[in-house]
Design a protein around this ligand. Structure first.
Ligand SMILES: Nc1ncnc2c1ncn2[C@@H]1O[C@H](COP(=O)(O)OP(=O)(O)OP(=O)(O)O)[C@@H](O)[C@H]1O
Length: 278
């Protein structure tokens, strides 16, 4: 691992014939020199400036930062939902030019189809791709099991709690077989206890599925609990301030929240974010 100029730690990117690559494994993300300016009428707003970030395959990286620093814009660029004005994003060496099945998204709002059951929601993507009924059933069985939703397979979204709905959203994203899971404050609307449960559930899923996760939050504790690495962004214009590797035990049970490393990192991150907001 190497630290680059802005403190970002990761495997150095190389330029291949297809574009940027961060080496072996599936789901490596290379973000190079990404900039974004929004233009509204005669005014323009610099939302992101020269973002350089490399994420290894199967890594869990969280982007932490105050409201408006460009976290969602960056995630949307990686998702292919927004175009950068400068720079490039590659997943396993392939340039991102639009949304793709290699990148699954989970947002804060529950984006489930209300007229479909939990199982049908999970099977929706594979069905669109023409996957056979038998295969679809195997896929939904797998993700119902992994997200512990088996007893709720035939319920409709309105019959579920917020936490359950987000489990379905995660299962639905995973059912498309993405290499990368892009998560934009997925637990932001949940109550405190459900949020903690969902964080543990997500780590469980991540360990089983081996996808790369790029997760956005402005909750310091959530970032430390989940991540292998935390990237702190600042605003005006949106840029990377610092990267922190999280050296907590791989097994993240609730006791980890009392770990001295957890508390030290929390103090450091709070001080950095407070300083930037002053
Ligand atoms: N389509 C757009 N047109 C103009 N400005 C935009 C657009 N999208 C985002 N912005 C601006 O870019 C900045 C970054 O927005 P973004 O949503 O990426 O921030 P964020 O860090 O995710 O914030 P939050 O944590 O509040 O969701 C904000 O000032 C926002 O107003």
């Amino acid at each position: 691992m190497e630290a680059t100029g802005n403190g970002v730690i990761g495997t150095p990117a190389t330029i291949t014939s297809q574009g940027l690559s961060t080496g072996g494994g599936l789901g490596a993300i290379a973000i190079r020199g990404v900039g974004k300016t929004f233009k509204t009428g005669k005014t323009s707003f610099r939302a992101l400036d020269n973002i350089d970030l490399e994420i290894r395959a199967n890594e869990f990286v969280t982007i932490l930062g105050p409201s408006g620093c460009g976290k969602s814009t960056l995630l949307r660029i990686v998702a292919g939902l927004e175009e950068a004005n400068e720079g490039a994003v590659c997943v396993d060496g392939d340039s991102v030019v639009g949304p793709g099945a290699d990148r699954g998204m989970v947002f804060q709002g529950y984006t489930l189809f209300p007229w479909l059951t939990v199982r049908q929601n999970i099977e929706y993507g594979p069905k669109l791709k023409g996957v056979s009924i038998l295969e679809r059933r195997a896929i939904s069985n797998r993700y119902l099991r992994i997200t512990r939703l088996e007893p709720f397979a035939n319920r409709f979204p309105k019959q579920l709690s917020g936490g359950m709905k987000q489990r379905v959203a995660i299962a639905r994203a995973l059912a498309n077989g993405p290499k990368v899971l892009l998560m934009d404050e997925p637990f932001g609307a949940l109550d405190a206890q459900t949020k903690l449960e969902m964080q543990e559930a997500l780590l469980d899923v991540w360990e089983k599925e081996k996808t790369t996760v790029l997760f956005i939050t402005h909750d310091i504790d959530e970032a430390i609990f989940l991540s292998q690495r935390i990237i702190v962004m600042g605003a005006g214009p949106g840029r990377i301030l610092k990267a922190y590797p999280v050296t907590l035990p791989a097994e993240r049970t609730s006791e980890v929240r009392e770990h001295s490393e957890f508390l030290k990192l929390r103090r450091e991150l709070a001080a950095l974010l407070k300083h930037k907001e002053e």
